[in-house]
Design a protein around this ligand. Structure first.
Ligand SMILES: [Zn+2]
Length: 469
């Protein structure tokens, strides 16, 4: 039986045992050449083909035997470790680190890890020096609460959970460089987060202030928006309240422009980009004061935020977030039942999903608002596509020039009035007064203002400033 690639008989087909033996003896691993680089020696490529042929010709596949063998082989040969001085081109593939909970790695974890794993292998086969690390986002109140419940140190529980996750990832056969494992609860790691924090503090980017947080009175912790389900704590089911807490904040708003510019370059789905944009929260625009008239005749100032004041004449209705403090006050007795039912339904939705939702829902409040630019009376609706956390929690809806408003207006039969024409000055003015009924989508670009009183004929970018003056 031949043990090196050089004297191997071309007609001989290697058995799996022989491949394993070759590996143990430290001879050139038979599969390695063809796995790593398309420029592998011809003999290795041929061997690989024969090996595949043998597999397909009916020899039984015994995962209990084969999988541990190769896992061991990968580990002992450090095949998945990225070396700094490796001459191959570098490739970095980073997954979001899991939170190592007591329940272990579940299929939802692997669902998001399997693709980067395939991708890393693919890049490795293409001849890259792939760095594909794994680590543990291990700090957090769940670990603390779990430790309190079990009467153990959080450190002990966390280490045990990590050990279990690691075993599971190993058994799956994932390709990770375990020499670069990161654990956020390891002092050798978090001394660097502390170092960064001090740098930020000295640069005036970290500051302390009172801010409301979602508070679970039972877990006695603040919880993220994503962990509030139906107004209740996802972990323990207790009703979540708001609490003003003195807490550390980072001025990421100082970097909003850079974050948004970077986002543009990413080849991500639009839905995810929208979520990120909302999260970054940077918008340039104006606050405009409308007057809301409640069903009982009482008047209330209603402030809205818009990035397009040049479309003010195209506002045909208003939308408030269902949580807006004025909703109760404005709603008419006839609409009260529908409004209450809708508010109840929206309570169970997370902001992050609401912003990305495609189907539009909403309810008329029975109240109206006066548009300050033309004194027009327009209906006030509530809808979950308007978030309390964004702007003022109320918007003017301009369906002709905003995609979400357009979808909403189509569903509820609200007026769509064109006030920005893509045509230039004279041509656009000639179209003044023409209905946009034939338009089957919102026009969100710049253009010339039409149907806009004294601003008609003004380029939209110029009108944006003029109308606020
Ligand atoms: Zn709780």
């Amino acid at each position: 039986m031949s043990t090196t690639a050089d004297d191997r008989d071309a007609s001989h087909v290697l058995t799996l045992e022989e491949i394993g033996k070759l590996a143990k003896e430290g001879g050139r691993p038979p599969l390695r050449g063809s796995l790593i680089s398309p420029r592998a020696p011809a003999t290795n490529r041929r061997t690989n083909l024969r090996y595949n042929h043998r597999m397909m010709s009916g020899e039984s596949y015994n995962p209990g035997e084969i999988e541990p063998k190769w896992r061991e082989y990968w580990i002992s040969n450090r095949l998945h470790e990225a070396k700094d001085d490796d001459p191959r081109p570098k490739y970095y593939c980073l997954d979001m680190f899991p939170y190592p909970s007591g329940s272990g790695l579940h299929v939802g974890h692997w669902r998001s890890y399997v693709l980067p794993d395939c991708w890393s292998r693919y890049k490795w086969l293409q001849g890259f020096n792939v760095l594909h690390p794994m680590g543990w986002d291990a700090f957090g109140s769940p670990a603390e609460n779990d430790a309190i419940q079990k009467g153990i140190q959080p450190k002990v529980g966390t280490e045990r959970n990590i050990e279990n996750f690691k075993r599971q990832l190993y058994e799956i056969g994932a390709m990770y460089d375990w020499s670069r494992e990161v654990t956020t609860t390891d002092p050798a790691y978090y001394k660097w987060t502390q170092w960064i924090f001090v740098k930020m503090f000295k640069a005036g980017l970290a500051y302390k202030t009172f801010m409301p947080v979602n508070w679970c009175p039972s877990c006695k912790t603040g919880i993220a928006n994503e962990d509030v389900v139906n107004g209740r704590c996802e972990r323990c089911g207790a009703e979540v309240t708001k609490k003003e807490l003195n807490q550390w904040m980072l001025r990421i708003t100082k970097y909003a422009d850079r974050l948004l510019n970077g986002l543009e370059k990413l080849d991500w789905p639009e839905k995810v980009k929208t979520m990120q944009t909302n999260w970054i929260g940077r918008s340039e625009g104006a606050e405009v004061n409308f007057t809301a008239i409640a069903a009982n005749g009482n008047e209330h100032p209603l402030k809205i935020f818009t990035t397009r004041p040049d479309t003010l004449f195209g506002a045909t209705y208003m939308v408030m977030a269902p949580e807006h403090p004025l909703v109760k006050e404005l709603t008419s007795p006839q609409q009260a039942a529908d409004v209450d039912a809708y508010i109840e339904k929206v309570k169970s939705e997370r902001d992050i999903d609401r912003a990305a939702k495609t189907e539009k829902t909403g309810v008329f409040t029975g109240a109206y608002a006066i548009n300050p630019v033309n004194n027009e009376k327009i209906p006030i609706w509530i809808a979950d596509y308007v978030l309390m956390a964004y702007g003022t929690g109320a918007i003017m809806a301009v369906p002709a020039h905003d995609e979400r408003d357009y979808e909403f207006a189509k569903i509820f039969g609200l007026e769509i009035r064109e006030v920005i024409s893509s045509e230039q000055g004279g041509e656009a003015q000639a179209r003044q007064g023409e209905a946009s009924i034939d338009a089957n989508q919102a026009y969100i670009g710049e253009g010339t203002m039409i149907n806009s009183g004294q601003f008609t004929g003004t380029p939209s970018e110029q009108g944006r400033k003029a109308i606020c003056a």
